[in-house]
Design a protein around this ligand. Sequence first.
Ligand code: DQA
Length: 152
Amino acid sequence: MHDYLILHGVNLNMFGRRDPAHYGTCTLDDINRDLHALAAELNVRLDIFQTNDEGRMVERIHAALDDGTRGIVINAGAWTHYSYAIMDALGMLSLPVVEVHMSNVHAREAFRHESVLSRVSAGSVAGFGSMSYLLGLRAVHHLVSVRSALPH
Ligand code: DQA
């Protein structure tokens, strides 16, 4: 059983070998290792999933309806900018979603300024390299902790 679901989208398995000016040299395995280390500090468990297939990403999000996921951190890669399918899938969930990006998407090409996922996200973190993921995990953990402290 996990608490939070970390979703890595299209092309993100290529971190370390892809455009180091924007994404640095760390690999997805390095990022996942750091996420697990922070999760241990926060005393929570992670399920981490990467795919280059939009349909598989949608299906993993559907599964989060029933698998105990309490919050999601997602870097959807280029899908961020146009996937209404992923937006709709995330919109079915009633749990916090935090969007993350390694690069500062707002300082890059115009098509990266738009995020269709922002409509269904609590907030986003962009521009801090692999630290964006760690900040995203802290953010989702904060939102879930605040929520569970509220009277039912
Ligand atoms: C990215 C930014 C996207 O625009 C791009 O398509 C990616 C990575 C980032 O982490 O900075 O694949 O999401």
